[in-house]
Design a protein around this ligand. Structure first.
Ligand code: ZN
Ligand code: ZN
Length: 146
């Protein structure tokens, strides 16, 4: 076959037009749902859109509100980490209540002042790395371990 080219001949910026069947290594068209040779079912590409729960309109995965009806999307939607950090719903992989976020922000400032004034380098390192959202939790854990 003259048309066949080894995969490494493709330029970096050129997207491959075929995918390899993980079961029998046959090259299949990118859009194929099944391998023609062995019948392997290719995993579906991740969805680029999410349906609105109230109007079923499709929205970008990153949308925080429906562009059709304005419904604000709740935590039922899988949030990207960036969005989660912005909304305070999930911080660094943990579920954090909005209350905790606010309580943490409120106490972080005063704790920082006290710790900075203490000059304790290790504590200063800790508080400079601890996100404000975690402060309320830390306080809770500390009080529980007393
Ligand atoms: Zn196959
Ligand atoms: Zn909607």
């Amino acid at each position: 076959m003259e048309e066949e080219m080894p995969p490494h001949a493709l330029k970096d910026d050129e997207k491959p037009k075929t995918k390899k069947c993980p079961s029998c290594t046959t090259e299949a068209p990118l859009g194929a749902k099944f391998c023609d040779v062995c019948g392997f079912e290719f995993p579906k590409a991740p969805p680029k859109f999410k349906p609105c729960p109230s109007c079923s309109g499709l929205n970008q995965l990153s949308a925080t509100a429906c562009q059709h009806c304005g419904t604000v999307f709740g935590s039922d939607f899988s949030l990207s980490l960036d969005e989660a950090l912005r909304t305070g719903a999930i911080v660094r992989g943990m579920d954090i209540e909005e209350e905790d976020v606010q309580a943490g922000e409120a106490m972080a400032e005063s704790v920082r002042k006290v710790v900075m004034a203490s000059g304790d380098q290790k504590l200063i390192n800790v508080i400079s790395q601890l996100p404000e959202e975690s402060w309320a939790r830390l306080r809770k854990y500390l009080s529980e371990s007393e």
